[in-house]
Design a protein. Structure first.
Length: 327
C-alpha cells in the first residue's frame, strides 16, 4: 500500500525535505504497521537532516508519532490491530501517513490522551522523565532543591517546568527572550533568566545565595557549556542532552576539578533500549499527564507538506512548546 512520506536524499537545509510516495508492506517478526494521526517535530530531526547525526541516504525523518495499529507481526504481544498507540523511537521514519516499525518502543495510548497530545509528548515527555527521574546528581534531588534547565520555553522545557514543580524542585529556567521567560514562569519555573541580556551563571549564583545548583540540564550545548559548569555546586552534574547551538567541542578536563564536577551526555534511546524500560517510563509519563500536573502545550501545527517551514521556524527559535505535523 502507498503512503506519503518526507525524506531527504542528501544532508542539508530544510529545502532538502521532499514529500514522496513510498510503498509500505506487512510487518515482520517483532514489528507493527501503524497509520499515523499526528507526528511530532523535534530538534533531533534537524540534526539528522543536517548531518550532525549521520545516517545512510535516502533517509525518512521523524522520531515520534501517534496513530492506530493496523497489523502486528509474529511475537508482538503488547499490541494488537485497532489499538491506539504512540511512540518515540529509532529508527527515524515517522514523517509519513503509514509505516512498518519495531514494536518494542511503541506503547498503547490511554483513551484519555488525544492523538495530537500523544504525538507531541512522547519524545519530549520521555526525555523529561529520564532527565528528572533517572539522570541525577551524586547527592540525588530532594524537594526544595534548585536545578537549572536551559531552553525552558521549548517543548522539553515546558514539560520539565511543570514536572519539576510537581516534584517540589525549584527550576531556574533560561530562555532567549523575555516573552519566553514569562512562558516558563507560567508553566511552573521558580525563576527565569533571559540569557541574551543577563549572565545566567551569575544570576544562578545570586538566586541560590552563592551556592550553585546540584544539576544543570543543558540542550543548548556549545554556547552554554562553560556557563553551565559555573552554575554547579561541588559534586554537581552537568547533563548535556542536546546541541541547539552546536556540539560541545573538546575541553580541558581540568575544568571539572574546580568542584569535582560530573558531566554526562545522556540520550533517550539508551534509556528506551528495552521494552520493559520503555513501558515503565511511559507509564510514569502517562500518569502525570492524566493527573493534570503536566499539560502538553501544542503551540504550532503544520500540515505534513509544510514540513520545510516547520524546520525553518524550529531552527530560528520561532517556536515554543511542542510542534506537530498534521495529516
Amino acid at each position: 500500500m502507498k503512503s506519503k512520506a518526507v525524506r531527504i536524499d542528501r544532508n542539508g537545509g530544510p529545502e532538502e525535505l521532499k514529500l514522496v510516495e513510498v510503498e509500505v508492506g506487512d510487518p515482520g517478526p517483532g514489528e507493527i504497521r501503524i497509520r499515523h494521526k499526528a507526528v511530532g517535530l523535534n530538534f533531533i530531526d534537524t540534526y539528522q537532516r543536517s548531518g550532525l547525526y549521520p545516517f545512510a541516504m535516502p533517509l525518512q525523518l521523524g522520531m515520534e508519532a501517534s496513530g492506530v495499529v493496523e497489523a502486528v507481526g509474529e511475537g508482538v504481544m503488547h499490541l494488537k490491530a485497532g489499538d491506539r498507540a504512540a511512540y518515540a523511537s529509532a529508527p527515524p521514519g515517522s514523517y509519513c501517513e503509514l509505516r512498518v516499525m519495531p514494536a518494542k518502543t511503541v506503547c498503547k495510548l490511554p483513551d484519555a490522551i488525544s492523538f495530537e497530545t500523544g504525538a507531541a509528548m512522547m519524545l519530549k515527555g520521555l526525555t523529561t522523565q529520564y532527565l528528572l527521574r533517572r539522570t541525577l546528581p551524586a547527592e540525588g534531588l530532594q524537594p526544595g532543591d534548585f536545578i537549572v534547565f536551559h531552553a525552558a520555553a521549548g517543548g522539553v522545557g515546558l514539560i520539565a517546568c511543570q514536572w519539576a514543580k510537581a516534584l517540589g524542585l525549584q527550576l531556574i529556567g533560561t530562555a532567549g527572550t523575555d516573552a519566553k521567560c514569562q512562558l516558563a514562569l507560567a508553566h511552573g519555573a521558580a525563576h527565569a533568566i533571559n540569557y541574551s541580556t543577563q549572565n545566567f551563571a551569575e544570576r544562578v549564583k545570586e538566586i541560590t545565595g552563592g551556592q550553585g545548583v546540584k544539576v544543570v540540564y543543558d540542550s543548548v550545548g556549545k554556547d552554554t557549556f562553560e556557563g553551565s559548569l559555573a552554575c554547579l555546586r561541588p559534586f554537581g552534574l552537568l547533563a548535556v542532552f542536546g546541541n541547539g547551538s552546536g556540539p560541545v567541542s573538546a575541553f580541558n578536563l581540568g575544568l571539572l576539578a574546580k568542584g569535582s564536577y560530573y558531566v554526562s551526555r545522556p540520550t533517550l534511546f539508551t534509556h528506551i533500549a528495552t521494552r520493559e524500560n520503555t513501558q515503565a517510563m511511559a507509564d510514569e509519563l502517562f500518569a502525570i499527564v492524566e493527573s493534570g500536573a503536566v499539560k502538553i502545550p501544542i503551540d504550532q501545527r503544520y500540515p505534513l507538506e509544510n514540513v520545510q517551514q516547520a524546520h525553518r521556524d524550529l531552527e530560528a527559535r520561532k517556536t515554543t512548546g511542542c510542534t506537530i505535523l498534521t495529516l
